[in-house]
Ligand binder design. Structure first.
Ligand SMILES: Cc1cc2nc3c(=O)[nH]c(=O)nc-3n(C[C@H](O)[C@H](O)[C@H](O)COP(=O)(O)OP(=O)(O)OC[C@H]3O[C@@H](n4cnc5c(N)ncnc54)[C@H](O)[C@@H]3O)c2cc1C
Length: 378
């Protein structure tokens, strides 16, 4: 590989050539399990050819280069519909956290498993009583007596854990402090193997009929202290560092997907003999605004800036653009949402979740008002 390849335009051209020559088209299995299998297959091929290692640090199994290179891979792969955006997004959310917080030898061992599609991971943050108010979480980790500080025992329940039923490991938030510990210093993160005794994963049915997320129960689950991410009490900072990825960069490839669905909508509208009206223009504008914002965020990341509360803007724009696209599908393709068994229906229903996952629209607006505009409380 020449250094030239680290230049984004060259990288994209070479990747496109490679994708043209290597057929990774999905088969006919459109189940969630099929999507996960296809994602693993694509990641394996990309990893073996080096592509999915660019933009990730060498000490974690990557080939280095700016983070923008991995954004290009996601955009090309998902834009061509070779992988679905949901499973793909977990990469961009969880790998940076492991690289920043896991002990170096653990990150070096584990991150390549995620990049190569050998494993899927999940994010165990939300609980039945703790979503927007994440700091109130109650899943507890206590040091096992007589373990010499070497083992923690975890009890509690997580919910809405995406892809847990397919995952090998989980980035888990727990409470470790005692009653006197200030709330945000009482949270500690672990990297937990999901086949550890005491863990049960139960998929939940969703209104769009895809069992994307799960309840995960922890009953006396023993985890080695070496699996702690950071130090005791670092869990809140870990969450604050992870969420900006979940609210911005992990959507870059989702935007490519939404553009491809916008093109499909244009085709269908034309086929039905309708004219392309101003609603379509508004959808395009919303998508374009989102892409411009997201592009600026990708560049900030590539230049080494730390992502923070400003990514709430990306999240608000994503949710708005996605819902506007599918609302327009509903308005322009009569019956496609209500009656037909088409992908539009599933996607329309899933788009309602865009104002919930990664932090609700209301909470993002609170962050923008308080932390970016300094407008004070409530
Ligand atoms: C598709 C999907 C995938 C998900 N995947 C994961 C995952 O993999 N891992 C994970 O840990 N979690 C996941 N979640 C959970 C998600 O993070 C939470 O649903 C979200 O943070 C909201 O929490 P909640 O559902 O408990 O709602 P609540 O916090 O109970 O909110 C209920 C309502 O009250 C509003 N509200 C709450 N607080 C305020 C406030 N201070 N000001 C104004 N309004 C407020 C909210 O906006 C919302 O409308 C997923 C959710 C979805 C929909």
């Amino acid at each position: 590989m020449t250094n030239d390849l680290y230049e984004p335009a060259n990288f994209r051209t070479a990747l496109r050539d490679w994708l043209d020559e290597n057929d990774l088209s999905p088969g006919d299995d459109h189940s969630l399990q099929g999507h996960i299998r296809q994602f693993a297959r694509v990641q394996r091929a990309l990893y073996d050819a080096g592509w999915s290692r660019y933009g990730w640090p060498e000490h974690a199994g990557g080939l280095g280069g700016p983070a923008i290179l991995r954004a290009i891979v996601g955009e090309e792969v998902v834009g061509r519909r070779l992988a679905e955006p949901g499973p793909y997004s977990m990469l961009e959310v969880l790998a940076p956290t492991m690289i920043d917080y896991a002990k170096p030898e653990l990150a070096a061992e584990m991150v390549p498993k995620l990049l190569s599609g050998e494993e899927q991971w999940c994010q165990g943050f939300s609980e039945p009583g703790s979503g927007s108010d994440l700091a109130s979480l109650t899943t507890r980790a206590v040091l096992k007596p007589d373990s010499g500080g070497g083992t923690y025992v975890i009890n509690g329940q997580k919910v809405w854990t995406s892809f847990a039923q397919f995952s090998h490991r989980c980035v888990l938030l727990t409470r470790t402090g005692d009653a006197d510990t200030p709330n945000h210093q009482a949270i500690t993160a672990f990297f937990v193997d999901l086949d550890t005794p005491g863990i049960s994963v139960r998929p939940l049915r969703t209104m769009h009929d895809v069992d994307e997320f799960c309840e995960v129960y922890f009953d006396d689950v023993e985890v080695d202290a070496s699996r702690m991410l950071g130090k005791p009490g670092d869990g809140w900072q870990l969450a604050m560092d992870l969420l900006p990825y979940e609210r911005s960069t992990c959507f870059w490839q989702r935007i490519a997907y939404l553009y491809s669905r916008f093109d499909s909508l244009v085709d269908e509208v034309k086929r039905q003999g309708q004219s392309i009206d101003s609603d379509m223009g508004e959808v395009y504008l919303a998508l374009h605004t989102l892409r411009c914002r997201s592009r600026a965020t990708q560049h900030r990341l590539a230049e080494g800036h730390k992502l923070g509360p400003d990514t709430s803007i990306d999240k608000v724009l994503l949710a708005g653009a996605e819902q506007r696209l599918y609302d327009t599908v509903r308005d322009l393709l009569p019956g496609a949402i209500e009656l037909d068994d088409t992908p539009w229906r599933t996607e329309y229903l899933y788009s309602r979740a865009a104002t919930i996952y990664g932090g609700t629209a209301e909470v993002q607006r609170n962050i923008i008002a308080r932390r970016l505009l300094d407008l004070g409380k409530e």
